[in-house]
Ligand binder design. Sequence first.
Ligand code: HGY
Ligand code: MN
Ligand code: MN
Ligand code: MN
Length: 397
Amino acid sequence: MNNTFDPMWAALQPIGRDRHSGGYRRYAWTGEDATLREWFAGECRLRGLELVEDRIGNQWAWWGDPDTQPGIVTGSHLDSVPDGGAYDGPLGVISALAAIDQLRTAGFEPARPIGVVNLVDEEGARFGVACAGSRVITGAMTADRALALTDNDGISMAEALRSAGRTPGDVGRDDETLRRVAGFVELHVEQGRGLIDLDSSVAVGTDIWPHGRWRLDLPGEANHAGTTRLDDRHDAMLALATAVQSARQVAERHGCVSTVGKVDVEPNGVNAIPSRVTAWLDARGPVEADVRAAIADLTGTVEDLGGTVGEESWTATTVFDEPLAQRLRTTLGEQTPMLGTGAGHDAGILSTAGIPAAMLFVRNPTGISHSPAEFAELDDCHAGVAALTTVLRELVG
Ligand code: HGY
Ligand code: MN
Ligand code: MN
Ligand code: MN
């Protein structure tokens, strides 16, 4: 194997890595993101790939001309969640470039273009909506909504784009870009323990659970932490505790999972009773109706507390292109497992927009993701590159 994976992997490790936790902070339109985008552009130039950016800045690099014939694209994202792992996203981008190298070393000439893509703001860690780059170019999210999203410092995506030297007015649905894509295959580290149990390096993706994000606003009354009697308190943090407990109970009741991972407290003082708590809920499950039922139950509880629940984003069930998934499995061998996931991906957004999409998952021995503990053995990463190379050869041969 012409192993170009390892040097790219080594080059990417230090970018945005926290020295203490070992986790990553690679948020959209920040300095780290700019460094990652420059790295990607450099790797594409090295390979003579024609690099074009779409209307929100997703980076598409082409081997062949997709305006003569739409091509097969592979790739993923380079951004992370706060203190995220090294593999979620970058494994798919680096494996895509390494697969191109494999094909070229073998003297392969594609019968149709092959694209490698770095999709922006997949995690939504800064502006709150996941897969923002793919949602905007497919119209799943309007440019106006995206540009108005703000980060924890109140900076809008429009301002962040401007600071990154981009023109917010360019942002929007991008059918010209989408027309170039005949199919999309995203390789991704598995975010679970399925492949450990199945004793396989690689699996073919079948579907993505429906999932959404909701904003909980819980009111209270600011008052003195020391002089206010317990009976006189209207404590928004107590309301949050009740809401989080309820979110867990309704998830169990309806066969879902729910997480409150981000909270904003006002006035956020040690000796002041909270006057307002804003919390963001992530809820998912195998069945849409069950997730909806869980949210309805939770909404009742939150409203009894005087609060509100607002939907921030919703992604319906994604079932990947069945014939394409089967073709990948046949190409890789019938022993290749098929696996669904509770994690959202750009492949899901592109699939929903009508682009035949598929996923390959690479074994993660810890099963942990969105954490510095996320991991994949180098041998399994190489197996992922080999599988992606085989699949690309099949799809563009
Ligand atoms: O949240 C997700 O499932 C994905 O990692 N953005
Ligand atoms: Mn992720
Ligand atoms: Mn990801
Ligand atoms: Mn993704």
